[in-house]
Design a protein around this ligand. Structure first.
Ligand SMILES: *Cc1c(COP(=O)(O)O)cnc(C)c1O
Length: 460
């Protein structure tokens, strides 16, 4: 039944509004009392399909430009179905050698794709938030060790605050990871040189000279304009001052795939830990993330739960991945990654990265060519940061106009894009990360923004 429904659903995806609000009433049909006896499999699943295919946000379609939401390649989606079909307990080698081998293989493939050293340890996670948690947990273990404490066994009690530095680009998920690790969300000190939040390298250099062991978070891909911290220079600082360098490369790590963008991530191979997402620019279904660490045993030391004498090495044949990350029981999330990399290879994924960049450049050009649109940042990657700025509207009214434009875009539903605050002004920041997106979808985005914007101005 599900397989039969999939064809028509996927075929309609490119032509549907992102969300059809006329189906909102269906959400109520999900609700109701706990069934005593149940309706049976066929009724339940056909209801779920009927409600789901209509009421879902079609964010896996080509015109969802809000946040950074990847699609699912056909192979990745099919691989995800296989994951559910096989229902592996993927925490231990014993329970699923298949899942463990697939995880080892995809981690190796990903390292190779990103140009990371083959000796790095790694683990799949549900998301980049969990991958940041994983990398920063290793950083915390290292840092506490520098103070003579085994934080895995003894916790943080008695230790000073862990110094963490980053640029203004630091993502909320890194803060969340620090919060969960008991280090405090606000422990990050941002060292910036302008109102965009760019890193002041010289100031960081001076600060590190006065600080003991510290952790640096490099943001390889910032969400407002797709800018990058200078990872290579941060790696220099980390080496000079004996600091731990963590790279949040949730989507930006994939810049390494193309010679046009690889310069943005120069130096990632020198980081101590890295985090990234599969469900963004790899176009693997949610939930998919991964973490890498330079010193493979760091994962076991931070996460090995049972004081195990046995800490797996990366080339060990029988890896228990639940010793290497924050989860215990977990699904075989390597399978969709394996499927998409096997299906399209490095060159297929490079082509997707380059096509998204080309589409972003196209959007940037359209913005530059429109008298009522203003480009706010250079187009680096796949994010285009701009605002609606029609002649005759006072500068003081532009923030409110753009905020309303963002709300109306989502309410309209033909395209989804959201607003942010960039250098003190409200801006749209569509992100192009779906393999289905075409030039027509980009042109539609521009025309819908101008149409709705024009309507808002006429109304006032
Ligand atoms: C999306 C994102 C995250 C968090 O990833 P999740 O998969 O949502 O947990 C972290 N950092 C950056 C830069 C991101 O874009």
């Amino acid at each position: 039944m599900v397989a039969r429904a999939a064809g028509p659903y996927l075929a309609a995806l490119p032509h549907q509004p992102v969300r059809d609000r006329t189906h909102a009433h269906l959400l109520k049909e999900l609700d109701g009392p706990l069934p005593e006896d149940g309706d049976g499999t066929m009724t339940a699943v056909s209801d779920l399909l009927r409600i789901g295919t209509r009421a879902a946000t079609h964010s896996s379609g080509p015109r969802f430009f809000h946040f950074v939401v990847g699609g699912a390649t056909p192979a990745a989606q099919a691989g995800d179905w296989v994951t559910s079909l096989l229902d592996q307990a993927a925490g231990l080698w014993l329970t699923s050698p298949l899942a463990a081998q697939a995880e080892t293989t995809v981690l190796r493939w990903l390292k190779e794709m990103f140009g990371l050293p083959a000796g790095h340890g790694g683990v799949l996670t549900p998301s980049a938030t969990f991958a940041n948690l994983t990398g920063l947990a290793c950083a915390r273990h290292w840092w506490a060790g520098r103070h003579g404490v085994d934080v895995t066994a003894d916790g943080l009690a008695g230790l000073p605050r862990m110094p963490v530095f980053s640029s203004g680009y630091v993502h909320a998920s890194s803060r969340k990871a620090l919060q969960l690790l008991g280090l405090g969300r606000d422990t990050v000190r941002t060292v910036t040189r302008d109102d965009a939040g760019r890193l002041d390298v010289a100031a960081l250099d001076r600060l590190l000279a006065d600080t003991g062991p510290a952790v640096l978070i490099a943001n390889a891909g910032e969400v407002n304009a797709g800018d990058f911290d200078p990872v290579d220079e941060m790696a220099d600082l980390a080496r000079r001052h004996g600091a731990w360098l963590h790279v949040d490369g949730a989507f930006g790590l994939f810049a390494a795939l193309s010679p046009h963008t690889a310069h943005l991530v120069r130096g990632i191979e020198r980081a101590d830990s890295l985090a990234a997402d599969g469900h963004k620019w790899l176009n693997v279904p949610y939930e998919s993330g991964f973490a890498f660490v330079r010193e493979p045993s760091a994962l076991g030391r931070a996460f090995g739960s049972w004081n195990a004498a046995y800490l797996p090495e990366p080339d060990d044949e029988f890896i228990n991945y639940n010793n290497l990350g924050p989860e215990s029981s977990r699904r075989a999330r390597a399978l969709p990654i394996w499927a998409t990399l096997r299906a399209y290879g490095r060159s297929g994924h490079r082509a997707m990265v380059e096509r998204h960049r080309d589409l972003a450049v196209r959007l940037g050009d359209a913005v530059r060519d429109s008298a009522d649109l203003e480009l706010l940042a250079p187009v680096n990657l796949f994010v285009v940061c701009f605002r609606y700025r029609p002649p005759g509207v006072p500068k003081a009214d532009l923030d409110e106009l753009n905020r309303r434009l963002g709300e109306e875009l989502v309410a309209d539903g033909r395209v989804y894009a959201g607003t942010t605050t960039y250098r003190g002004v409200v801006a749209l920041r569509p992100a192009i990360v779906n393999w289905r997106t075409t030039a027509d979808d980009i042109d539609l985005l521009v025309s819908v923004v101008r149409e709705i914007g024009g309507r808002l101005v006429d109304r006032t």
